[in-house]
Design a protein around this ligand. Structure first.
Ligand code: LLP
Length: 415
């Protein structure tokens, strides 16, 4: 899909901050938030893009946040979210606790969205009365890849639907305070599953009510898709909300009082707001194949290598007058690994892309990388994490500086 930045702006950012570089557009994020404002609570799944300045933008728009690790709780606090509140500013979602994270949840009073009954016992033993959500695996799931399907027997996520009575017994045994029920069946889901998810949620609300537990809210989870290709469907948020709102009303009829309705998107709020800006550093031919080699690799953007994900690309030629004919090009990075290719499909099959003939010094823009781009980056090949900038109208804010190799080596020295 098109990206939100004029080419001259990207060239200026590359000149000022160097490449590779993550660039985010604040206006696009605010627009996506506004499109979901019909929900009582938008809870940003920060794993999609967890820079504290992005979290700060979310907070300023009244968005709350989900955290899936101790680090993400500390990020939320650093961004100005406070523990507590109703609905809570921060909810911790996981399928297990490590010792340090359990301590952190207790220290800051962060409600827990539990994906296993063991979590309820471990939490209840330390803090009777702590607030909990129950994340239910309804027995089916869906995703843009098998790796992002979070429902069904093969998924490690959530409390299996038939185990809900046992989970409620654990809640009762420890005097935990049940806040809500949560379902997230996967990322990039097909909306054909929506009616099924809503039906599964109502069935669990009945189980909770019949067992004599109070309930304050339900969460539709995340997974809202964004268009990566021009032919991809664009989510009708009004329709999506109306189905969940009707489910909420039916749930209210079951429990006999008002219920909050939460949604937990990651990708939807940030994917289209971000690009990965890289520079063409070499071109070469290998038999019939033409390679365009750029200075970013899968340690920066992992999605094509991990899921065969498609990202639109555009080339900004250093010499704008020289248009260049299209040619099928394989775009690859600098890593010492054959799978370091941005134009590939599932299973690693190389898919050349029609791009204007590239020259060294041209900029390559990889679109729709605001979600699961920077947040999934690694230091593979001893490559420091790259910088991030947030564009807000005329203003440009550096929001993360480039890591240095010295910082990486410092972790290993003087022990
Ligand atoms: N809630 C829960 C409990 C989740 O596990 C996730 C994503 C979300 C919300 C947000 O999902 P979203 O709205 O962003 O689809 N790395 C993959 C996506 C993995 C998502 C993991 N959980 C990708 O690049 O597509």
């Amino acid at each position: 899909m098109p990206h939100p930045f004029p080419p001259a702006r990207l060239r200026a950012l590359a000149d000022r901050f160097g490449t590779p570089l993550w660039v985010y557009d604040a206006a696009t994020m605010r627009q996506r938030i506004a499109q979901l404002s019909c929900f009582d609570t938008i809870r940003f799944a920060q794993k999609a893009c967890s820079n504290i300045h992005v979290l700060g933008l979310m907070r300023a728009q009244g968005v709350r946040v989900d955290a899936v690790s101790r680090g993400e709780i500390l990020r939320a606090l650093a961004a100005g979210f406070r523990a507590g509140g109703d609905p809570a500013d921060i909810v911790f979602t996981a399928d297990l606790f490590d010792a340090a994270t359990l301590d952190c949840v207790l220290e800051h009073g962060v409600p827990v969205n539990a994906g296993s009954i063991d979590m309820l016992h471990q939490l209840g033993a330390r803090a009777p009365g702590h607030g909990v959500w129950l994340r239910i695996n309804p027995g089916f799931g869906h995703g843009h890849s098998n790796k992002t399907n979070t429902g069904g027997e093969h998924s490690k996520h959530g409390i299996w639907h038939a185990e809900l009575p046992a989970a409620l017994a654990a809640v009762g045994q420890h005097g935990l305070k049940l806040v809500g029920l949560h379902m997230h069946i996967g990322s990039g889901v097909d909306y054909g599953h929506l009616a099924q998810v809503c039906g599964a949620m109502l069935e669990r609300v009945r189980t909770v009510h019949a067992a004599g537990h109070g309930l304050h809210a339900i969460s539709a989870g995340g997974g809202l898709s964004t268009p990566y290709r021009s032919a991809d469907p664009v989510l009708d948020t009004q329709h999506y909300h109306s189905l969940w709102d009707a489910t909420r009303r039916q749930a209210e009829a079951i429990v006999g009082h008002a219920l909050g309705l939460e949604i937990e998107p990651g990708r939807y709020l940030v994917a289209e707001a971000g690009v990965l800006l890289c520079e063409v550093r070499a071109t070469k031919n290998a038999g019939s194949q033409h390679f365009v080699l750029v200075d970013a690799g899968f340690n920066e953007l992992m999605r094509p290598a991990m899921y065969g994900s498609y990202h639109a690309m555009s080339l900004l030629r250093r010499d704008a007058a020289d248009a260049g004919a299209l040619r099928p090009s394989v775009v690859a990075g600098p890593l010492c690994e054959s799978g370091d290719v941005f134009t590939q499909g599932e299973g690693g099959v190389v898919l050349p892309r029609e791009l204007p003939a590239a020259r060294v010094g041209d900029l390559l823009v990889i679109h729709d990388t605001g979600a699961y781009g920077a947040s999934m980056s690694s230091n593979y090949n001893t490559r420091p994490l790259i910088a991030e900038v947030l564009v807000d109208g005329a203003q440009v804010r550096p929001i993360r500086r480039r890591q240095t190799v010295d910082e990486l080596l410092a972790l290993e020295r003087g022990l």
